[in-house]
Write a protein that binds this ligand. Structure first.
Ligand code: SAM
Length: 227
């Protein structure tokens, strides 16, 4: 589905004192492609803004990001990257679905934002993105929902980091997130967690989103973290 498709819907996404008015497909479920799933177990989760995505937007809205370089991984429509751009960052929204990137670019343009977007599969990141490292901030929301995601991100995230990069991942307490956090801590990354209550959340994990914050171990910021 293209952003100009008349079936798309508008949604207001609150983020601190900001509200992003974005356009998105009406339903992720309707976009399911059985061939894609058979090929790579790929599902079009990009097409909605998830509760963790909203929490990440709120966290970024509270930060001063003037001229800082920010990359959002698994950004979907890219609301986190958009809030970062609104807070003054040089912001890059990424996802493995070209359609997500298209919606991300369309919405950023519609909001008048100077934000970039490109396709990045965590397992095979393009050299052009790796060449832009280190980023000041690496962010993601609800990206640790499968064990294979943590494995790929344990390699990719250090490759995007410098000694003073901060990594922020909002996570609705997915069971597979635990292994990622434990591996990062074992590899010497500093870690702290904030628990954000989300009123009205209705899935099995309850009304709390974890915000994981990591900073790299001194002089080992680029070392892959093995899960
Ligand atoms: C649950 S959605 C979250 C979307 C958005 N961050 C949010 O919170 O609203 C997970 C996102 O990760 C993306 N994703 C999953 N596996 C990926 C991979 N290997 N490389 C890049 N993106 C991936 C999906 O396409 C999807 O946009």
């Amino acid at each position: 589905m293209h952003p100009d498709d008349p079936r798309t819907i508008w949604e207001d996404v609150p983020a601190g004192d900001l509200t992003l008015r974005i356009r998105r497909p009406p339903s992720a479920e309707d976009l399911i492609d059985e061939d894609e799933f058979a090929d790579d177990e790929r599902l079009p989760y990009w097409a909605e803004v998830w509760p963790s995505g909203r929490v990440l937007c709120g966290v970024l809205a509270g930060m001063s990001l003037e001229r800082r370089s920010v990359i959002e991984l698994g950004a979907g429509i890219g609301t986190g990257a958009m809030v970062a751009a609104l807070r003054g960052a040089r912001s890059l929204s990424t996802d493995w679905y070209p359609a997500a990137v298209e919606f991300s670019e369309w919405n950023a343009r519609n909001l008048g934002l100077d934000m970039e977007a490109c396709v990045v599969d965590w397992r095979d990141p393009p050299p052009a993105v790796l060449d832009r490292a280190p980023f000041d901030l690496v962010v993601g929301a609800d990206i640790l929902y499968e064990a294979r995601n943590g494995v790929a991100l344990g390699v990719l995230i250090p490759a995007l980091c410098g000694p003073s990069t901060e990594v922020i991942i909002a996570d609705p307490r997915r069971p597979d997130a635990r292994g990622f956090v434990e591996a990062m801590e074992s590899a010497g990354w500093s870690y702290r967690r904030e628990d954000i209550p989300v009123p009205g959340r209705i899935d099995e994990t309850g009304p709390i989103v974890h915000v994981h914050r990591f900073t790299p171990p001194p002089s080992k910021h680029n070392e892959p973290v093995v899960l």
